[in-house]
Design a protein. Structure first.
Ligand SMILES: Cc1ncc(COP(=O)(O)OP(=O)(O)O)c(N)n1
Ligand SMILES: Cc1ncsc1CCOP(=O)(O)O
Ligand SMILES: [Mg+2]
Length: 212
């Protein structure tokens, strides 16, 4: 597990083929890496296990070339078979404690979404390496959400835990800095990079906002 608050990633790309507007997701991912993305999650919500694994293996080959860790959304079996760097799970997925039992390798990263404040008291937080503040701002990319945390929500969660905080939901170059200033350690984006005309430039611009 990652020690508290030591999270060496600031710009996190969450990608699926569908979010890339007809472009090849591997091409978009490579452009994003060249622009400065430090962590990638493959989030395929509507494909078979077989197709998900194939995409994970393709993306892992690319991420390995650039030494960028790859996480898999939801699916522990795909994450393990692809020997990904970790997994991201939410409230309705396999809980982090169970992932830890199944996946004995302690170097694997486990991310866990926070949708309710009282989750911060549960053992799943202890079993996680980072917490996804989900969503910070409501977003058309994911509409089945519970709490729109806002900047105040980030600040409140920051007071309650030392775990690295990854903010996600409608984050773009115009609000990325204030999200970090509110207490997040990292921002995660889908459309700000996947829908951008130039994903490399979009990632570069976002990264510059974070390191200012
Ligand atoms: C970095 C990050 N944070 C939050 C989420 C959302 O996860 P979850 O609540 O399980 O919802 P789905 O992504 O599975 O629809 C995430 N994927 N990544
Ligand atoms: C996967 C996920 N989890 C919470 S919001 C979200 C989608 C974020 O997408 P975007 O960056 O396009 O708003
Ligand atoms: Mg999930």
């Amino acid at each position: 597990m990652i020690p508290l608050r030591q999270f060496p990633y600031q710009l996190y790309l969450v990608i699926s083929e569908a979010d890339c507007n007809g472009r090849n997701f591997l091409h978009v991912a490579e452009q994003a890496i060249l622009g400065g993305v430090d962590l990638i999650q493959l989030r395929e919500k509507n494909c078979s296990q077989e197709v998900f694994l194939k995409k994970a293996l393709q993306l892992r080959e690319l991420t390995e070339k650039y030494a960028v860790p790859l996480l898999i959304n939801d699916n522990a079996s795909v994450a393990m078979q692809a020997d990904a760097a970790g997994i991201h799970v939410g409230n309705t997925d396999t809980p982090p404690t169970v992932i830890r039992e199944q996946w004995q390798d302690r170097t694997k990263l486990v991310g866990y979404s926070i949708e309710y404040l009282d989750q911060l008291q549960n053992e799943q937080v202890t079993a996680s390496d980072y917490l996804g503040i989900s969503p910070v701002f409501s977003t058309p990319t994911k509409t089945d959400t519970v709490t729109e945390w806002g900047l105040k929500g980030i600040a409140s969660i920051r007071q309650l835990t030392e775990k690295p905080l990854v903010a996600i939901g409608n984050i773009h170059a115009g609000n990325a800095r204030e999200v970090i200033q509110a207490g997040a350690d990292c921002i995660a984006v889908v459309s700000a990079i996947c829908s951008a005309h130039d994903p490399q430039k979009a990632a570069y611009t976002l990264k510059n906002e974070l390191v200012k």
